[in-house]
Design a protein around this ligand. Sequence first.
Ligand SMILES: [Zn+2]
Length: 399
Amino acid sequence: MNSHYRTKAAAVLFAFAFLSCKMLFCQDIPRCATGKYPPLHHGVSNAFEKLTIDTDSKNNIEHRSEITIPVVFHVLYYSEGENLPDAVLIDQLERLNKDFNGKNSDAQKTPSIFQGFMGSLPVRFCLATQAPDGEPSSGIIRKHTTLKKIGLTDNLFFEERGGSTAWNTDVYLNIWIADTGDRVTGYSSIPTTDFLGTGRDGVVLNPNIVGRNQSFRYGLGRVLVHEVGHYLGLLHIWGEQEGCVSDDNVEDTPFQNSPNYGCPLGNLVSCGSMDMSMNYMDYVDDDCMYFFTKGQVERMKSVLNELRPQLGRGLSYCSNLKSKGNFQVIPNPSNGLVTLNFDDSYISFGPLEVYDNLGRNVYRKEAVFTPGYQIDLSLLSPGLYYLKFKGTIEKIVII
Ligand SMILES: [Zn+2]
């Protein structure tokens, strides 16, 4: 290859890398825009400043054996590609549950110096099975929007302005998935009066970084882990002002000069101590952050007790994604258009598969299944089929 072609090839490669980075958040795009979005109307320069909670009041912490938080996803898609499948949302919830409970397999990568600090919050995030009006729900709202980058505007939170109105923010964790442009991965509300009870209380995520995804830096779904940390009252590990002058008000996290990026190998020192860069509240890449500390967990418990007292008591609103798949198919025989009825208003996620008489897989659907879910098998030839869901098999006849 002569030098002319080498230069050309390098230029093409560079352009490709630049474009794909732009699309997939691998440049210097910060992990989070909490405090900057949504733009508040009453001149709060730093939303974190108002978050004052006494995390030393440990005597006031009510020890709940389990905290169950029903989640509602508002998927607001401009293009079809932003209308993420149920499977991606479930994958995202699993990441949240693993990381908050300290069940993430990469926790073992934590440097030994910090292992004694690792904490876990006994919390379960689940898809909401009941809407505020009492109707059964999948916990997933899907709406097409004609507004570009609605995720950066206040319209996001209002049905009448093309967005999706929050469900009771005292009880549900609302997560909006909507275009936030190329520079913002996501942001969260903070439990202060700027957000509590305003209908803007929850988390906003860019559709490109939900669940396991193709982003170079944020490919494991940990933007949401970081944002839910804010939602439950955690600050960035360096506090909100760089230069060793502010703190995150958590005792067991060291002072830190500023955010860390990329993947430090656990050997960075600032403010006279080693940086805890692998904490979820730093800015490092997804595959280089592994834990919350015990002190952060205590702070989240304090916030739940004092600022979000109704959140986390949602057992009756929660799906049990591990239930057995008992269901009936109605009608049977049918012309192929059938309704699935699950026991006990049962809601579940999983692949639903149909096999023909020769054992060939002729239909497959991955979705969150709610009572009354309809599937269309009318393209199948008349005959006997086997419908399989979570180990339960029903014979169905198409005529
Ligand atoms: Zn943040």
